[in-house]
Design a protein around this ligand. Sequence first.
Ligand code: APR
Length: 311
Amino acid sequence: MHRTKIALIGGGQIGSVLALMATQKELGNIVIVDRPESENNVKGKALDIMTLRPHDGIDVELIGTSNYDDIDDADVVIVTAGIPRKPNMSRDDLLGINIEIIKGVAEEVKVHAPNAFVVVATNPVDAMSYTFQKVSGFPKSRVVGLSGALDTGRFQAFIAMETGLSANDVSCMVMGGHGPTMIPLVRTATVAGIPISELLTQERIDSIMKRTREAGTEIVHLLGNGSAYFSSAASIMEMVEAYLGDKKRVISSSMLCEGEYGVNGYYIGVPCVIGTNGVERIIEADLTDDEKAMFQTNFEAVKATTDNTGL
Ligand code: APR
């Protein structure tokens, strides 16, 4: 039997939590790749999780490495290689360093795992997903960025916290590039089908919108030495499970638009159907004039950063 092979490129905070989550869900064998100077560190993490398996009755295998031969024929590649934000840095400030890392990673993945479904989490994610797709030459359906899954989870969590109701019953979406002008679609947010406008005052809704947009920054300031990683890993898992399980989940994600929402040739957060063929399609929902204006502002920011990649 073929066991799914999952390659984690970057075994830092997000990569480590992903390794644990993917093991506990028995998604497949896991290879954690990091820089040569961090090889022992990821070997240690892999061994630590290998020895956790008996407690959970799990049989998947993990290795840590800096050798890309070890990811040969991986089915799924998750890229978190790069540096995270420090307090007072924007995601865009990471571009100069992370672009070189992503270019190198994309060259390796192209050679070693040419058929993989790739999720890019490295920030600034819209520009990094764009870079990965350009350098690898992979079809766009197999290169997707983590954005809306994480942002939507935050929006859902804050609605649940404000209403005192279960996050399980909250349905909503955040669109747009993963930055401070992302668009929490308040109009579509419900709790068990009930519009949040019937449950919360406009003032509370406005503050949820603001907090959703700034949640990453709020966490960066609280942590003091890194950015969010538990929720990032959980959001990536949602995307990967949609792919492996052919679930046809609708997950807002950074995806190359070719005309959708008036965007041509850029990665930006849009509702994506994720199933066995990767991102199978983008759903083009009708936006109000206000939402269109917010999306346009957001796109200008994504475009400026992406144009800075020079690709
Ligand atoms: N190849 C492989 N791994 C690399 C490379 C490289 N060229 N360069 C850096 N790394 C590794 C680092 O050694 C580190 O282990 O990537 C890992 C990044 O981990 P963290 O610094 O802990 O960052 P993390 O919180 O996991 O975030 C990773 O995802 O959400 C984004 O903004 C975040 O860009 C950041 C990325």
